[in-house]
Design a protein around this ligand. Structure first.
Ligand code: SF4
Length: 375
């Protein structure tokens, strides 16, 4: 995967700010022209035509909310500056209310072959409470339009732990399972101080950790029964529809990233762009990467490979680890043998993985794997 590069482009514009949002997003659409001009300068300066690009992802923000002429120009720019001849997956995040015919035409004609909808819940009361602009009906119409445009590979995002009942949440999971989707992402709500939802809930998550773990387990069972196999802790897909772009991240692959807050990993260097649109616009393009780059040592890469790979249902390949980092996994992570003996990790031929019944506590297992070696 190291030779297969991906590209991530951050499109930060949103029509309104959701109550829980802690992403880099901006509601001032008057900044679109300046933003895209800057993005094109960044692409021109930091592109590399010698790298074959394998996946492309437009995330946000709300890529579907910006003017189509900018999206057309962005695709043309990327095509001009990179080798996209081997592109196998191009995803655009869309919000249901902005996935218009015109937008879908634009995405289709520019080679997008995967659409990811921010649905979050099928419960209109919940959607309203968290400040989403769409209702469930808008999502169904957008899904129909996407399918009519030939988008067969469609994802819907759901959030676990929203201020609704457990039954409401499970109803969302059950409902999306019966829709013509290929992929479901299920993220746990993160309450960030400073967001309106945090204030409305007075910083209190609606569910305890144990309740959330139970709800997650039940959701995973419902999804599995309908053919959505879990392949990463938050991601479920029908066979063959796993998100290749995200798999590249989780397999410690390499990626270019452009736009505000975007973080890329090229060669052995990781970089992160200025967070907000105003900071990004204010930073001269030629110094965008100055001070925001970090050399990632082989040891850190080996650690990341394990930490990201063990969040995948398939785990990590021990022989690939040895080949990439010239070290034996069980010697590199001194607590690996103990975690295996205690049943928190299992080996399966060449693969080492977290067993299914321990998946919800994967973060604690990874922390144990990493920290106990360094105490
Ligand atoms: S659509 Fe996403 S990025 Fe935009 S405000 Fe809502 S949560 Fe934030």
């Amino acid at each position: 995967m190291k030779d297969n590069y991906s590209i991530y482009v951050h499109i930060p514009f949103c029509k309104a700010r959701c109550g829980y949002c802690a992403f880099s997003s901006c509601t001032d659409f008057d900044l679109q022209k300046r933003y895209f001009d800057k993005l094109f300068e960044e692409v021109d300066r930091y592109s590399d035509r010698s790298k074959k690009i394998y996946t492309l992802y437009l995330g946000g923000g709300t890529p579907s909310a910006v003017s189509i002429r900018y999206l057309d120009a962005l695709f043309a720019r990327l095509d001009n500056r990179f080798d996209l001849s081997q592109l196998v997956e191009a995803t655009a995040e869309c919000n249901p209310e902005s996935a218009t015919e015109e937008l879908l035409d634009c995405l289709k004609s520019n080679g997008v072959n995967r659409v990811s909808f921010g649905l979050q819940s099928v419960n209109d009361r919940t959607l309203k409470f968290i400040g989403r602009l769409h209702g469930y009906g808008d999502f169904l119409r957008a899904l129909d339009r996407a399918r009519a445009h030939g988008f067969g590979n469609v994802n819907a995002d759901l959030i676990l732990g929203l201020p609704e009942t457990r039954a409401d949440f499970l109803h969302s999971v059950q409902t999306v399972c019966d829709l013509p989707l290929r992929h479901v992402s299920l993220y746990a709500l993160e309450l960030h101080e400073g967001t309106t939802l945090y204030a409305r809930l007075q910083g209190q998550s609606p569910f305890s950790d144990d309740e959330q773990a139970d709800m997650y387990g039940e959701a995973a069972e419902i999804l599995a029964a309908k053919g959505f196999d879990r392949y990463e802790i938050s991601n479920f897909a029908h066979k063959g529809s796993e998100c290749k772009h995200n798999l590249n991240y989780w397999r410690e692959g390499r990626y270019f990233a452009f736009g505000a807050a975007a973080s890329g990993f090229v060669g052995d260097v990781r970089y992160t762009n200025p967070w907000s649109v105003s900071e990004y616009l204010a930073c001269p393009t030629e110094t965008l990467r100055d001070g925001a780059t970090e050399y990632v040592s082989r040891e850190e890469q080996a650690n990341e490979f394990a930490m990201l790979g063990l969040r995948l249902e398939s785990g990590v390949s021990l022989s690939e680890f040895a080949e990439r980092y010239g070290a034996d996994f069980r010697s590199f992570f001194k607590s690996a043998d103990r975690l295996i003996a205690e049943g928190y990790l299992v080996t399966d031929g060449d693969r080492l993985r977290v067993p299914a019944d321990k998946f919800y506590v994967v973060n604690s297992i990874l922390a144990e794997l990493w920290h106990s070696d360094r105490d």
